[in-house]
Design a protein around this ligand. Structure first.
Ligand code: COA
Length: 293
């Protein structure tokens, strides 16, 4: 058994219809592929229809599943409503919304234009709001028995992070939305959960967030207590569990999957990791000697 193995049993998502925003590439694509392998029908959305079509074709060929590409800029509510209608027209229903679409760039905040700040907030926070509101209204109106919203946040949603302030601000909002709706919409059979991934390298995000030789200079694996970055299948396994009926009693949860990365930055004495064994012997003697005086 390895952490790169596929976790759920065959057909674990059979009969489910899932929408993955930002499903054309990166982590959205990896999760989509696993959902298809588990028997779900999946609609993938983004602004780039050509990319979506290629991904859908590739994933259908790889899995034998049914993948529908739909162009939709999540920043615009009418486009989200149209996307929902297209999903319903094609698949007859929808069970799961995975809010995965995101926008981010690194920059000192004072260098950002007001429009740059808005752009990230609009994609991440307003986009998640648009999709969640449209799908939630539909599920409540049609009295669908069980449905799920899964949001992709980040560990800096609660700590904040320098140099990605619009993203941190927006993801904190998504986190609050996740926990709020988990309570408010539970009575309609809607579960709301989130995943906070640590470093899971993807070409798009890595080129954007660690351009040039930054990726080598700031080796993300070194920041992680488990000393490695995440494998896409690990994230896909967790996402599949959280949208499946196996997690029917999980609601309002935010699952961190980061090898312990954010806690390493948080613990006051975690930097003592750098102390070698021999030095610990000396330190122990010094501390005990002081105590005995
Ligand atoms: N640093 C600072 N400002 C930036 C920027 C950067 N790297 N990239 C874009 N901007 C600014 C632009 O200058 C513009 O502001 P202005 O009108 O005041 O000049 C504003 O942001 C909008 O840029 P634009 O390119 O028009 O936005 P877009 O809607 O086409 O693109 C982005 C959205 C900016 C998020 C784009 O980076 C993108 O599509 N990214 C891919 C998805 C992604 O980021 N995924 C997340 C991976 S972690």
């Amino acid at each position: 058994m390895s952490y790169t193995d596929k976790m759920l049993r065959d057909d674990a998502l059979k009969g489910k219809v899932i929408v993955v925003t930002g499903g054309g590439s990166g982590l959205g694509k990896a999760m989509t592929q696993y959902f298809l392998e588990l028997g779900a029908k999946v609609a993938i959305t983004s602004r780039d229809l050509e990319k979506l079509k290629n991904t859908a074709k590739e994933l259908e060929a790889a899995t034998g599943g049914s993948c529908l590409p739909i162009q939709c800029d999540v920043r615009h509510y009418e486009e989200v409503e149209n996307m929902l209608q297209e999903v319903l027209k094609t698949f007859g229903k929808v069970d799961v919304l995975l809010n995965n679409a995101a926008g981010n760039f690194i920059s000192p905040t004072e260098r950002l234009s007001a429009n740059a700040f808005d752009t990230v907030i609009d994609i991440v926070l307003k986009g998640t709001k648009n999709c969640t509101l449209a799908f939630g209204k539909h599920w409540i109106d049609t009295k669908q028995k069980s449905s799920t919203v899964l949001n992709i946040v980040t560990t800096y949603a609660w700590t904040g992070s320098a140099y990605v302030v619009p993203s941190a601000t927006a993801k904190a909002g998504v986190l609050a939305m996740t926990r709020s709706l988990a309570v408010e919409w539970a009575k309609y059979g809607i579960r709301t959960n989130a995943i906070a991934p640590g470093p899971f390298p993807t070409k798009g995000a890595w080129d954007r967030l660690l351009p040039g030789d930054l990726a080598e200079k700031f080796d993300m694996a070194k920041k992680v207590p488990l000393q490695r970055v995440g494998d896409h299948q690990e994230l896909a396994n967790l996402a599949a569990y959280l949208v499946s009926d196996f997690s029917a009693y999980v609601n309002g949860e935010v699952v961190v999957i980061d090898g312990g990365e954010w806690l390493k930055g948080a613990g006051q004495f975690n930097l003592l990791e750098a102390i070698p064994e021999e030095l610990w012997d000396q330190l122990e003697m010094m501390i005990k000697a002081k105590k005995n005086k």
